[in-house]
Design a protein around this ligand. Structure first.
Ligand SMILES: [Zn+2]
Length: 91
């Protein structure tokens, strides 16, 4: 029985010509991403995507953005503090 490192990788039979390599690589170039403008906040967005800045799609609010969530948390905290102050004032 054979014990040891066995190289099972195949080796190409012919050298790839310069033209063949270049023909294959002719489709590898990266294309410039085309951007559109958000109708709500005028920031650059990918076409057919939700705006990450304001969370709208075709002028409809679709999702909450990070800033919205932070603002909601702030108001929650403020409301809690106000409630606590009211309780202490009542006592
Ligand atoms: Zn937007």
């Amino acid at each position: 029985m054979f014990i040891g490192i066995y190289n099972s990788m195949s080796v190409p039979a012919f050298k790839r010509s310069r033209s063949k390599v270049r023909r294959v690589r002719s489709h590898d170039a990266l294309k410039k991403t085309k951007l559109s403008v958000c109708p709500n906040c005028k920031s650059a967005i990918l076409p057919h995507h939700i705006c990450a800045n304001c969370g709208t799609y075709k002028t409809r609010v679709v999702m909450k953005t990070k800033t919205d969530k932070k603002a909601a948390q702030k108001t929650k905290k403020e409301n809690k503090e106000k409630a606590a102050q009211k309780k202490t004032a009542a006592k």
